[in-house]
Ligand binder design. Sequence first.
Ligand SMILES: [Zn+2]
Ligand SMILES: [Zn+2]
Length: 229
Amino acid sequence: MLYNVKITTIINPLDWLAPHSCRGCGRTGDVLCDCCKKNISLSIFKKCPNCGVEKSSNFCQRCADFPICFVLGKREGLLAILIHDFKYNSVRAIGPKLAELLASRLPDLPKNTVIVPLPTATHHIRERGFDHTFFIAKQIAKLKGVKVQKIFIRTANTVQVGADKSTRLAQAEHAFMIKPGTKISQTITYILFDDVWTTGASMKSALKKLREAGASNIIIALLATSSLD
Ligand SMILES: [Zn+2]
Ligand SMILES: [Zn+2]
């Protein structure tokens, strides 16, 4: 069988030594078979990522201060396995699958759209050998024919794991800043992308900074949300 593989990044050799099997059904051949992929793409996320209230999609009215948001689903089941294997086991072949799923959920975008990945802590990039958020953001940008740009830098490499919610919120509030010299335009559509919405603290911080800098067209895109029930 021929695989159309475009090598655009350095590939982890382990990805190629181990035969790929579908994380959903175990079928050999691909990290996510078409059938399991279809199941994910058909499941529409029906909760407000911020407060958990049932909603046809997007944030609820109470959380109307947030922009429009696109999420693949809750971090559970197959989606949780895929994100985990991609992030923590560095199975990079999963990245394009997740990117494809999220790209298909996004609407047609203006040509001047910029996808902005939330910055990953440098020690996480070192541990994992790659910047998983940027990796997916690049693929989504390619699929949608738009640009990707790292606009934010971290002002503190704080670790969220283990910290209580209020500490994490306080840390995240000051976690990012816009790179000096970055031009933010009112006419550009910015898609803030992150993998998982946990407390939303990182996203809220990024959103605030981007709005303060003058952006008015902002969309949020997430692989999953896990904070609620
Ligand atoms: Zn499958
Ligand atoms: Zn809400």
